[in-house]
Design a protein around this ligand. Structure first.
Ligand SMILES: *[C@@H]1O[C@H](CO)[C@@H](O)[C@H](O)[C@H]1NC(C)=O
Ligand SMILES: *[C@@H]1O[C@H](CO)[C@@H](O)[C@H](O)[C@H]1NC(C)=O
Ligand SMILES: *[C@@H]1O[C@H](CO)[C@@H](O)[C@H](O)[C@H]1NC(C)=O
Ligand SMILES: CC(=O)N[C@H]1CO[C@H](CO)[C@@H](O)[C@@H]1O
Length: 659
């Protein structure tokens, strides 16, 4: 363009130079003598015309450089003249062109204007275009590293192919690049990728250490994914989306899924470690079956298995003190297992409760309800277990369908709250304090405090009649007291409050007996006036009463001493009388003994003489004579005087000489 303007200007200048003298001459002619100057003017015109032609010729001389050429358009067509050299294309039109330098990594596409075909020129070269050629383009060749590639399309056949590195790629004249340079997909040993062939629809997985150059019809179905490297205690579940089948792959291994497989739950699962005393319930969601898996083991779940929500459970250690209540889920029945073992239920069993051995102390008792709802009574003491209602054992496991029956008693001195829960019951007599207000006949309001000493003697009666024994006792006693106290004046009350208390509980033994309760004593330990001024008076009265009672007790002790003395004397006399009696008895029995001995003597004397003196009378006489001799010997040895009556004189004294 620029060159054209220059050459046009040059041409204009040349014409101007040629015309200038003629113009000057014309002006001179017009001014001066025309004829004289006409010849000069014509000569000058011709001269300038010649000058013009020379200049024009000189202008046609072309000095071509090494990289220049001429396209000459003649009548026979175009021709091509290559530099270097000097040309005079005077009669032909020409086109002066510069050859194109194609660098070593460049290429050019040249079109043949006549046939329309394209050719490719690779560098390094100097491109001289032919007369009917045009340069379509020059471009850099493409440098492909070993991991890069191109997709190239043949525009004639529209076929696509892959050009991969390493190379310097120059596309053919009829080829064009589809897209940019693409990096090959590099997979590490634990990576994989899903690829689809769009032509056939086939999908596959490439894995392991490799470079993947995607063919034109291949598309990536996924990013680069990591395969799952599973440790020994890990596993994965893979679901096949084509068949719906699930497979389990256990560690240790590198798991690369199949084309249609995907991870169930998107996570790697850990095997469940079960210790010897642990177990889990595993449900097969496909078949609906369930099973118990016991430790010690590593539990890898099967394809459609899952652990129930209860998770890991502990076996029950059944021993002397522990039992387990189990329900058979298929029958609904409960049973109590007491044989020592490590109990793990089967699939159709369910642990309802771990029951501890109930041991009752001697003072304890317990009430249970059995499967029919009846009350059962357990006692700790052997003596109480002999009662008809008592169960035989003092230590026992609660049988199936049985339950403890706690008592709900009221508490507090006024028994206003009923929230004392009693599981084991103390069967010993016990104290219970109470407090309530009442009014005497002379309208003094008193607050009474006292204690019951009470005992439950029959649990069945108690259970039958009341649910709150202490509450009943206190409330009943209060109404009794209110009645009794309202009938007496303050003075009378103070004189005899324990009497009133005794009456309060003696009057109504039936009430307590029917409830299986025995009140050993009911004592008023304190009373006070609700009103202050009355309280002061009451204090005085009490003081007086106390003094009087002190005096009384002093007198009582004196009386007691005196009484003791008299009693001592009476005792002494009684002892004396006893002594005499005993002495008398002794002498009596000695006489009897003597008499018996004498009689024995006589009898043996008479019997011994029976042979020699057959006549009994004679033998008696013999005896009498002997006795008389004895009598005399005795008398003569003593200091006694012997007086003879006429009757006595009949004593024979013939054998005086022998004495
Ligand atoms: C539960 O009851 C069913 C039906 O009587 C029986 O077949 C099964 O053995 C029982 N299970 C156990 C653990 O006793
Ligand atoms: C039975 O007596 C023991 C020892 O005195 C005591 O620890 C226990 O609490 C009593 N039981 C009840 C039920 O009061
Ligand atoms: C019994 O006999 C003995 C010796 O013969 C005599 O000493 C005693 O006094 C007698 N007793 C009575 C009570 O007669
Ligand atoms: C007085 C008296 O009784 N005398 C008697 C004495 O003893 C002889 C015989 O032993 C009797 O015949 C007497 O009658």
């Amino acid at each position: 363009m620029f060159e054209n303007i220059i050459s046009a200007l040059q041409t204009l200048l040349v014409y101007a130079l040629a015309l200038l003298p003629s113009l000057t001459l014309c002006i001179i002619y017009a001014v001066d003598d025309a004829e004289r100057w006409a010849g000069h003017a014509a000569a000058f015109c011709i001269g300038s015309m010649c000058l013009f032609l020379v200049v024009k010729l000189c202008h046609k001389v072309l000095i071509l450089d090494k990289d220049e050429y001429l396209i000459l358009s003649g009548t026979s067509g175009k021709s091509f003249v290559r530099g270097p050299g000097i040309r005079f294309p005077v009669f032909t039109s020409y086109e002066r062109c510069k050859a194109v330098t194609i660098g070593s990594v460049e290429y050019a596409i040249v079109q043949d204007d006549i046939t329309g075909t394209l050719r490719q020129v690779q560098g390094p070269t100097l491109l001289f275009l032919g007369p009917y050629e045009t340069l379509k383009s020059t471009s850099e060749a493409y440098n492909l590293s070993p991991t890069q590639y191109f997709i190239v399309q043949n525009i004639l056949t529209s076929e696509k192919r892959l050009e991969r590195g390493p190379q310097v790629f120059i596309p053919g004249p009829y080829e064009r690049l589809i897209g940019e340079k693409v990096e090959a997909v590099a997979l590490k040993h634990n990576e994989f990728i899903k690829i689809q062939d769009k032509e056939s629809g086939k999908i596959w997985i490439e894995s392991g250490v490799k470079l993947i150059f995607l063919e034109p019809t291949h598309v990536l179905m996924s990013k680069i994914l990591s395969a799952w490297s599973l440790k020994a205690d890990e596993y994965v579940k893979l679901i096949d989306s084509a068949t719906g089948k699930i497979r389990v792959a256990r560690g240790e291994q590198l798991v690369i899924p199949g084309v249609t497989e995907s991870l169930v739950g998107d996570q790697i699962l850990k095997a469940t470690r079960l210790k010897a005393w642990e177990y889990v319930l595993v449900v097969n969601t496909a078949s609906g079956d369930s099973k118990i898996v016991k430790g010690p083991t590593m539990l890898f779940l099967g394809p459609s298995e899952m652990i129930t929500s209860t998770g890991k459970q502990q076996a029950v250690e059944v021993d002397q003190e522990t039992a387990v209540l189990v329900r058979n889920k298929s029958t609904g029945q409960q049973r109590l297992l007491t044989e020592p073992q490590l109990f793990i239920p089967t699939v159709d069993e369910e642990i309802l409760e771990v029951r501890k051995l109930i041991k009752l102390a001697d003072n304890e008792s317990m009430i249970c309800t059995d499967e029919k709802g009846d009350f059962r009574y357990f006692y700790g003491s052997a003596e109480k277990r002999k009662r008809p209602e008592a169960e035989a054992d003092r230590s026992f496991f609660l049988p199936p369908y049985w339950a403890e029956q706690p008592l709900l008693w009221s508490r507090g001195r006024r028994r206003e709250k009923r929230d004392l829960v009693i599981h084991r019951f103390d069967i010993r007599p016990q104290y219970m304090s109470f407090e309530f207000a009442c009014r005497t006949a002379d309208n003094v309001e008193l607050v009474l405090e006292g204690t019951f000493f009470w005992e439950v003697v029959s649990l069945p009666d108690m259970m039958r009649m009341t649910g709150d024994a202490p509450g009943d006792i206190c409330n009943h006693a209060r109404s009794q007291f209110i009645q009794l106290v309202s009938k007496v004046k303050l003075q009378e009350f103070m004189d005899d409050f324990n009497g009133i208390a005794a009456r309060a509980h003696n009057d109504d033994q039936h009430f307590y007996e029917s409830r299986g309760i025995k009140i050993h004593s009911l004592e008023i330990t304190k009373y006070s006036c609700a009103d202050r001024s009355t309280a002061a008076i009451l204090e005085q009265i009490i003081q007086e009463t106390t003094n009087r009672m002190n005096r009384l007790s002093q007198q009582e002790s004196e009386n007691e001493v005196a009484l003791f003395k008299v009693n001592g004397m009476i005792e002494q006399e009684k002892m004396n009388a006893d002594l005499l009696t005993i002495q008398h008895q002794h002498s009596e029995s000695a006489a009897i003994n003597n008499g018996t001995a004498e009689a024995e003597m006589v009898r043996s004397f008479l019997a011994g003489l029976e042979e020699t003196v057959p006549d009994l009378q004679s033998r008696i006489e013999l005896w009498n004579v002997l006795r008389k001799g004895d009598a005399l010997t005795t008398i003569s040895q003593g200091k006694a005087h012997v007086y003879f009556t006429p009757k006595d004189v009949n004593l024979s004294i013939e054998n005086q000489g022998s004495s």
